[in-house]
Structure formats: C-alpha cells, structure tokens
Write a protein that binds this ligand. Structure first.
Ligand code: HEM
Ligand SMILES: *[C@@H]1O[C@H](CO)[C@@H](O)[C@H](O)[C@H]1NC(C)=O
Ligand SMILES: *[C@@H]1O[C@H](CO)[C@@H](O)[C@H](O)[C@H]1NC(C)=O
Ligand SMILES: *[C@@H]1O[C@H](CO)[C@@H](O)[C@H](O)[C@H]1NC(C)=O
Ligand SMILES: *[C@@H]1O[C@H](CO)[C@@H](O)[C@H](O)[C@H]1NC(C)=O
Ligand SMILES: *[C@@H]1O[C@H](CO)[C@@H](O)[C@H](O)[C@H]1NC(C)=O
Ligand SMILES: *[C@@H]1O[C@H](CO)[C@@H](O)[C@H](O)[C@H]1NC(C)=O
Ligand SMILES: *[C@@H]1O[C@H](CO)[C@@H](O)[C@H](O)[C@H]1NC(C)=O
Length: 355
C-alpha cells in the first residue's frame, strides 16, 4: 500500500479525533481564539488602555503586574480579580497585593467595552493577558501574539498568593525557587524582572536597604552611594512608607533595557532586583550583562517568558466560566444583580444561551 496514502488517512483520523474533542483536557491557547467570536477584542482593549495611560502612564506598569500576580496564584485564571464575598477570601488582601495592586477599575472598564461588542465571550483572564501585552507595546516595549482561550476561575486563594508571590527581600535562591515551581527558569526570571524598567515602588518595600540593611545598622553595600542619597531624599529614615520611587531612575515610563544597565551601576531599587547582578558567582550576572548590551535579546526573552507565564495553569474548554463581571463569579453576579445589561435586558433568549 502507498505509504503516503497511509499517512494521509492517519492524518484525517487525527483531525477527526481532535475535532470531536474540543474540550479535551490539554486544550491549547491560540492567538486566533476570538477571530470569529470577537475579532476586534485586541483593539478594544488597546483603546481603553491607551485612553487611561494618557493621563496615567504608570497604569501600563500596573496592568503588567496584575497579569503576573494573577498567573502565579492557581494559574492565569483572573482569580486575583475576585472581590471578597461570603465565599471568596480575596487575593487582593494578600500581603504582596494589599495597598499595592492598581488597575482593577481599568480591567472593569475594558470588560464593559468588550461585553458591549461581544457579550459573554471574552474571559477576564484573557483581558489581563491582552492588557499586559498592549501595555508593553504602549510603553514602547516588545509586542507578541497573545495566546487566548483562558477561562475564569470559580475560586481564589489568598494563602496561596502569600505563599507563591515573590517578596522584595527574597534571596536569589528563593526567587529562582518561586519561578521554578511555576515552570519558569533563570532566563525567564531575569527577563521578567526587566518589567521593573517601568513603574514605581513604595518606600516601605526597600527602605531597610537605605538605613539598616539586615539589621546591620548600615545601608545595603550593593547600593550605589549616589543612588542611595537620591533614595534617602525620597524616603526619610522613620518616615512614612507611602512615597513612591521610580524603578528606573533614567527612563521611568519607557520599556527599555535600562533596568539592566542600572543593575550594573548598583542602582537596582529592590534587593530582589540587585541580587540578579550582585550575588557573587551567580549565573544571572551574565544574563543581566547580555540584556544590558542587547535590547533585542531582552525583548525576545521577555516576550517568550510572558507567553510562558501566560500559560501557567490555564483553564480551557468547559472548565471555569466566562465571568460577566470580573470581580464576581457568575452565580454571585446574578445574586448581586451585577450581570451585564445586555444579559438582563434581553428576554429568555439571552438567559437560555447563557446556561
Ligand atoms: C522577581 C520577583 C519580583 C519581586 C520580588 C517583585 C516585587 C515588586 C514590588 C515590591 C513592587 C512594588 C509594589 C508597590 O510598591 O506597591 C513591584 C512592582 C512592579 N512589578 Fe514586580 N516583582 C517581581 C517580579 C515581577 C515580574 C515578573 C513582573 C512582570 C512581568 C513585575 C512587574 C512589576 C511592575 C510593572 C511593577 C510596577 C507596578 C506599578 O507601578 O503599579 N514584577 N514588584
Ligand atoms: C475595532 O475597535 C476599534 C477601537 O475600539 C475601532 O476603532 C474600530 O473601528 C473597530 N473595528 C471594527 C471592525 O469594529
Ligand atoms: C477613548 O477616549 C476617546 C476620547 O477621549 C473617547 O471618544 C472614546 O470613547 C474612548 N474609548 C474608550 C474605549 O474608552
Ligand atoms: C471590588 O473590590 C474593589 C477593591 O477591593 C473595589 O474597588 C470595587 O469597587 C469592588 N467591585 C465591585 C463591583 O464591588
Ligand atoms: C489554597 O492553597 C493552599 C496551598 O497553599 C491549599 O492547601 C488550599 O487547599 C487552597 N485553598 C483553596 C480554598 O483553594
Ligand atoms: C529557559 O527556557 C527557555 C525556553 O523556554 C530556553 O530558551 C532557555 O535557554 C532556558 N534558560 C535556562 C537558563 O535554562
Ligand atoms: C537596626 O535594626 C535592629 C532591629 O530592628 C535594631 O535593633 C537596631 O537598633 C537598628 N539599628 C539602627 C542603627 O537603627
Ligand atoms: C554609581 O552611579 C554613578 C552614576 O550616578 C556611576 O558613575 C558610578 O560608576 C556608580 N558606581 C558604581 C559602583 O557602580
């Protein structure tokens, strides 16, 4: 028998088998997931993000961080967006998030705009992934094709958020371990940390480096003395923890490779930043040097690592749901009367199609 024919028949068989199993458990994300059901979703997200960033450029940083903090806790499932209710212990109140998350209202604005164009179609988890990519490009950083098709969780896990999200005073080994359990390697850690080329941090998260590092009574020896003075002016000893410092003192809102040249000059803002370059003998040093010398290499690694991060623990197929309101699971939205207007306005037709 003609062997090409055998292969052709085998291929048809594969297509048929996969065709009847659209909800198979290893369903993959795809950039074209909404090409039929919501072809314009990316432009809609982009327009809202662009509008907001005109008056609040920091929002681009905040939206990238929101996706990261979502993905590291039970996967990229929009669990971070779930508000406190009688059944949800919100991740928003976990230590790495409380008084620090921004952009929750912007995500709701995006969701409203997307629901208007394509009701009950696009997940909040995909909105977070799209907003992160569009934020990178709007901050003049890299772009990538965002794999889509995530669904939204029915649960959140505050204790897991406390456990999984890295802390600014973690050692390099702890940072590597926190990324490794998510399937992210050392290159991913160094590339993703480069998101700290934009955005701000509160004084409270690095002030101990300025005055009493590890209870030594001295500043962190890996901190540039010129930069130390600048940071002390922003964060006086014994002052409030609330003032903000730019992560990148050179180009605070531009997504460039300066994060890495700052590390080479001992100008990393957080201990967890500087450790990538100042930990003696670490394998991260050569990666910092590479990204500092080659913005294209940084961009490529960042985009690849964002796609990798965006794949963590995703719900696909018939798992989870497409939330109507990103802050609540659908059964709660209905109870609270928050289900979207298109849904409540339409008669039984809409109700039936949503079940
Ligand atoms: C490597 C471990 C990491 C640690 C310890 C860490 C820690 C922090 C801390 C303490 C802040 C300041 C929060 C505040 O003051 O409210 C911050 C902000 C930020 N983080 Fe990270 N981060 C890490 C990795 C990442 C990753 C992987 C990304 C994204 C890919 C990211 C993106 C951001 C951005 C963009 C901001 C600024 C947010 C804003 O200005 O609103 N970080 N991070
Ligand atoms: C897609 O959305 C953008 C931004 O909201 C809008 O300018 C454009 O006209 C839309 N295109 C289509 C085909 O709906
Ligand atoms: C963006 O802003 C423009 C003008 O400020 C407004 O006309 C438009 O509706 C806004 N678009 C979205 C999606 O918010
Ligand atoms: C959800 O919680 C956030 C912050 O905790 C709050 O700003 C927002 O209004 C809440 N959303 C709704 C729809 O209640
Ligand atoms: C949250 O995660 C912890 C692991 O830290 C797990 O033991 C627990 O069962 C989870 N709780 C919920 C409500 O999913
Ligand atoms: C990390 O993984 C990427 C692929 O996902 C690979 O290209 C890179 O070489 C890996 N880096 C290390 C240090 O293993
Ligand atoms: C540094 O912190 C330790 C522990 O909190 C404290 O005992 C010590 O007095 C501090 N040193 C200075 C110089 O503030
Ligand atoms: C500290 O920063 C200055 C520029 O502000 C730079 O010239 C100097 O080389 C840096 N010091 C170290 C040790 O990197």
């Amino acid at each position: 028998m003609n062997s090409l024919r055998v292969i052709a028949i085998a291929l048809c068989y594969v297509v048929v088998v996969f065709g009847v199993l659209p909800f198979s458990s290893d369903a993959q994300l795809s950039p074209s997931f909404y090409s039929k059901t919501c072809p314009n979703v990316s432009s809609i997200v982009r327009e809202v993000v662009r509008n907001v960033s005109k008056t609040d450029p920091r929002m681009l940083a905040s939206l990238i961080r929101l996706h990261f903090h979502d993905c590291f806790v039970q996967g990229c499932d929009a669990s971070i967006l779930l508000n406190k209710t009688d059944t949800i212990v919100t991740e928003q109140d976990a230590f790495p998030n409380i008084n620090s998350l921004r952009g929750l209202d912007v995500v709701n604005q995006i969701k409203t705009a997307v629901e208007k164009a394509c009701p009950n179609t696009v997940s909040c988890a995909d909105i977070l992934a799209l907003a992160a990519e569009l934020s990178s490009t709007l901050a003049q950083g890299p772009d990538w094709k965002v794999p889509l098709g995530r669904r939204d969780s029915l649960t959140a896990n505050q204790s897991l958020a406390n456990q999984n999200l890295p802390a600014p005073f973690n050692s390099l080994d702890q940072l590597k371990a926190a990324f490794a359990i998510q399937g992210l390697n050392t290159t991913d850690l160094v590339a993703l940390s480069g998101a700290h080329t934009i955005g701000r941090s509160h004084c409270s998260l690095f002030v101990s480096r300025l005055y009493n590092f590890s209870n030594t009574g001295n500043p962190d020896p890996t901190l540039n003395t010129t930069y130390l003075q600048q940071l002390r002016n922003i964060c006086p000893n014994g002052g409030p923890g609330t003032p903000l410092a730019n992560f990148d003192p050179t180009t605070p809102d531009k997504f460039d490779k300066n994060y890495y040249s700052n590390l080479q000059l001992k100008k990393g803002l957080l201990q967890s930043d500087q450790e990538l370059f100042s930990t003696s003998g670490a394998d991260t040093i050569s990666i910092v040097n590479k990204f500092s010398a080659d913005q294209k290499a940084f961009y490529e690694s960042f985009a690849a690592a964002m796609i990798k991060m965006g794949n963590i623990g995703v719900l696909t197929g018939n798992k989870g749901e497409i939330r109507k309101q990103c802050n609540f699971i659908n059964s709660k939205s209905v109870e609270l009367g928050l289900a979207n207007v298109a849904e409540t306005d339409s008669s039984e037709e809409g109700m039936v199609s949503s079940i």
